[in-house]
Design a protein around this ligand. Structure first.
Ligand SMILES: NC(=O)c1ccc[n+]([C@@H]2O[C@H](COP(=O)([O-])OP(=O)(O)OC[C@H]3O[C@@H](n4cnc5c(N)ncnc54)[C@H](O)[C@@H]3O)[C@@H](O)[C@H]2O)c1
Length: 449
């Protein structure tokens, strides 16, 4: 059944598991219809307002985008079942926002619900953590009609655009796939936002747009564009497009957040990173070695111009990143910026070896590793200057490296098979079966699919 024909058929009100109605009730049409009617009611009863202008743009009028405190604010989250999206939704729900999330499960786990529809287990767990509901629709951003239908059903106030594919190696092998998904996805989204008079956008960008740093710490004025991989170029091109759009059309109110290296997991251990595509991110890899799922870590390059010769990056706890999005959204509600860019990092550079040693210390594990030649295109060090986000968004990272490792390890050990886990682990034993994590996990997939 195509989304454009029966959009309501795929809408899921994700309820906390304990509160979920019986399967027969859920598969019936009544609750879905009620949600639909509620959406239509909201869409006609809410109206958009505007904010103040910054001097940068030649044709800027004075807008008033400030929404009154008692008005429910609905945020449309693309890529909501993914790593950053799911954690950000926790913070959004806790901050009182209503959330409509979409995902096509290109890189996130789905499961079939009793009603036959795909569910995002990550978002079920988000609701368990927060005790709040959200709306999820399985939708591909490339399907513009489906997107239009969702915007028709619910008045959307702001959008956070996470959805993208992000594997650097794959992007070099299949550039067209990356350009189509990331670029066309963004263009479709902007078009549908504009059609619906929704101009508040937070875009997930990356420090990769800076290329090789000309100075450190890197601030938002550092030149961009010398990007050596296709994934990074899609981020750079979308940034450039958003800059053009904001200049051409004064209604747009856009914040681009350049993330440094998000790691860790929600402190509950219930949600974390569980990609369905092969990955090379450092912390998940370290954890996989620690849990016995991979034999050893490969460190590429020990002759960089850094404290111990290994590459230096700016790791940021995923919940700090999440709170950065809430701060950005608040800013968009308070002011009409047209377009602003902020780094989200800690400002501290950490080497691969330091991360490894901290992980071992915090988790009490041993992580075997080998060293190889540096890879073409890898840079010595990159870390952020984050003063602008602190000054203008009132946001600053709170979590330290130990907490990043601790929280990631909690997620990994509580969920050895990621969201497919039905096992829990206590004191290094799975379900009291007497198997140590490393033994059991050797046979598991641990989120690598
Ligand atoms: N994780 C990082 O290290 C990092 C760093 C900088 C920037 N980013 C950016 O942050 C965003 C989120 O990253 P993440 O780590 O959560 O990745 P993720 O892969 O976990 O989440 C992205 C989600 O988007 C979905 N998606 C992809 N294409 C889609 C489409 N066409 N329609 C609908 N859904 C689609 C995927 O299924 C996935 O669930 C991405 O834009 C990424 O480029 C990530």
């Amino acid at each position: 059944m195509r989304m454009s024909e029966r959009p309501e058929a795929r809408i899921q009100r994700h309820l906390p598991t304990a509160d979920r109605p019986a399967a027969s009730a859920r598969s019936g049409g009544i609750s879905v219809t009620c949600v639909r009617l509620l959406f239509i009611f909201l869409s006609v009863s809410l109206s958009r307002v505007a904010g103040k202008e910054q001097a940068k743009f030649p044709d800027g009028d004075n807008f008033d985008t400030k929404l009154s405190a008692d008005m429910a604010h609905t945020v449309f989250v693309t890529g909501g079942a993914g790593y950053i999206g799911s954690h950000c939704i926790v913070s959004l729900l806790e901050a009182g926002y209503e959330v409509v999330a979409i995902d096509n499960f290109a890189n996130s786990v789905s499961e079939r619900g009793a009603d036959g529809l795909s569910r995002a287990p990550a978002l079920d767990r988000v609701q368990q953590i927060t005790g709040k509901e959200l709306t999820f629709v399985q939708c591909d951003l490339l399907d513009i009609d489906a997107l239009r239908n969702i915007f028709k059903l619910k008045k959307i106030d702001s959008v956070i655009h996470f959805a993208a594919i992000k594997a650097v190696g794959e992007s070099m092998e299949q550039p067209f796939l990356y350009y189509r998904n990331n670029m066309m996805g963004a263009i479709n989204l902007l078009e549908v936002m504009k059609e619906n008079g929704c101009y508040n956008l937070v875009f997930s960008s990356s420090c990769t747009v800076y290329g090789s740093p000309e100075f450190l710490p890197i601030n938002e004025d550092h030149p961009t564009g010398k990007v050596t991989n296709v994934y990074g170029r899609t981020k750079y091109f979308i940034e450039e497009m958003l800059k053009d759009v904001a200049v051409a059309e004064k209604q747009w109110n856009i914040i681009m957040l350049r993330y440094f290296n998000p790691v860790g997991a929600h402190p509950s251990g219930s949600i974390g990173e569980d990609p369905t595509k092969p990955f090379t991110n450092l912390m998940p890899y370290i954890a996989q070695v620690a849990i016995g799922s991979k034999p050893k870590l490969t460190i590429f390059g020990t002759d960089y111009n850094t404290e111990d010769g290994t590459g230096v990056r700016d790791y940021i706890h995923i919940m700090d990143l999440a709170s950065g999005h809430v701060a950005a959204l608040k800013k968009l509600q308070e002011e009409h910026l047209r377009m602003k860019i902020y780094n989200l990092g800690t400002g501290e550079g950490v080497s691969v070896l330091r991360l490894l040693k901290t992980f071992e210390k915090v988790t009490g594990t041993k992580v075997s590793y080998e060293t190889l030649e540096r890879r073409v295109g890898d840079i010595d060090a990159i870390y952020a200057k984050c003063e602008l986000a602190e000054k203008e968004l009132g946001w600053k990272s709170q979590y330290n490296l130990e907490q990043m490792c601790e929280d990631f390890w909690r997620w990994q050990t509580m969920n050895p098979d990621g969201y497919r886990s039905n096992k829990t682990i206590t004191n290094g034993k799975i379900n009291g079966e007497g198997k140590h994590i490393a033994t059991a996990a050797t046979n598991g997939t641990n989120g690598v699919h």
